[in-house]
Ligand binder design. Structure first.
Ligand code: MRU
Length: 347
């Protein structure tokens, strides 16, 4: 089984290069925070919880390299590098969450000598990774009952082991149902333009011997109309207080289609994806990436030279389209204002 991201014995961050999957299984070793920032920005590592772990590990690498005469000086530099790291991808709140948690860890250890603070930060980053895997397994247990025997599930993008520290959120729910003996099959949207569904989700499910059928994104409506999709399960990059969910571009379209056809639509995400500071999804920043991701594939142009292209890479699904939000602490049901805050307050 591959490792999405780990802290090595040599004190570096090792991650699987997701741009080269499924054709090549190649690992990248990051020795400093700049290399981690680059890996996040260029999507060698992607997926909200995975970039949360990468951000934390990146900051641990930064901490190792800081030369400071006092705690205050150390913390100022750590915060500055954290700010820079969190700007690499703005939509998924897990990145800023991971960095904040590292800063809180530094503050808690402020009375220790700086080398001991650095050790505490390295342990914290590893704890964030381990907790993510445990949380995904818990999410799987909370969500597996939503998949009935014989069900056909549709998923979008990659919310699997590759998008997290391991096991996955939406794919964690599917994996848990499969492991419990539920017979199921999965429709996977290819997820233009970066093809996370075709390259990553199809690869993960195929490796686990879970029946998978790949479709182009524009086929989902037809399959719903013909009764061939029983439920939809997706991940999330940020969830506002009212239950609006930002996730990979195309998720909103699926949610509207699902409602039209009376198909349940589930979101699976850890509590770290919840941003209680935002009243609604309108406040979630949507990352725009290079138009080249739309006009080319693997260096080959697929559109006329000189054409303009847009590339917003996330969209917001209003809470009214979401049947339930499956978290590591339990399942939230509408009205989400109350249920999400109740789960967030739970230890
Ligand atoms: O642009 P990406 O590949 O980072 O987008 C990832 C997604 O939208 C996932 O669905 C989301 O992060 C949830 S991953 C458990």
């Amino acid at each position: 089984m591959f490792q999405t991201i780990e802290w090595t014995l040599a004190g570096t961050v090792r991650l699987i290069d997701q741009r080269r999957l499924p054709l090549e299984e190649v690992y990248v070793e990051c020795r400093d925070v700049a290399a981690v920032a680059d890996a996040i920005q260029t999507m060698q590592i992607r997926g909200a919880p995975a970039i949360g772990v990468a951000g934390a590990m990146g900051l641990a690498l930064a901490a190792k390299a800081i030369r400071a005469g006092s705690y205050d000086e150390f913390f100022r530099e750590l915060s500055r590098q954290g700010e820079e790291l969190s700007r690499t991808r703005p939509t998924a709140v897990n990145l800023a969450w991971g960095i904040d948690r590292m800063k809180r860890c530094a503050e808690k250890s402020k009375d220790l000598p700086i080398p001991a603070i650095v050790q505490a930060l390295i342990r914290e980053a590893q704890a964030i990774r381990d907790e993510d895997i445990r949380g995904n397994r818990a999410m799987g247990e909370h969500g597996k009952g939503f998949i009935a025997d014989g069900a056909a599930v549709l998923t979008h993008c990659n919310a699997g082991a590759l998008a997290t520290a391991g096991y996955g959120t939406a794919l964690g729910v599917i994996r848990a149902a499969h492991a419990a003996g539920t017979r199921l099959s999965v429709w996977v949207d290819e997820t233009r333009p970066f093809l996370q569904g075709a390259r990553l989700t199809a690869w993960e499910l195929h490796q686990d011997d879970i029946p998978v059928t790949l479709i182009a994104d524009n086929m989902a409506g037809h399959l719903m109309q013909r009764g061939r999709i029983d439920l939809v399960v997706v991940g999330a990059d940020r969830i506002a207080r009212n239950g609006d969910v930002a996730n990979k571009i195309g998720t909103y379209t699926l949610a509207v289609l699902a409602k039209e056809h009376g198909i349940p639509f589930y979101v699976a995400a850890p509590i770290s994806t919840l941003d209680l500071s935002l009243k609604s999804g309108e406040e979630i920043p949507i990352e725009e990436r290079s138009p080249e991701e739309v006009t080319t594939w693997a260096g080959v142009r697929t559109a006329p030279v000189g054409i303009s292209a847009a590339n917003p890479v996330f969209d917001v699904t209003p809470a009214r389209y979401i049947t339930a939000i499956i978290t590591d602490r339990g399942v939230a049901r509408p009205p989400y204002d109350a249920s999400l805050q109740e789960l967030a307050a739970r230890a």
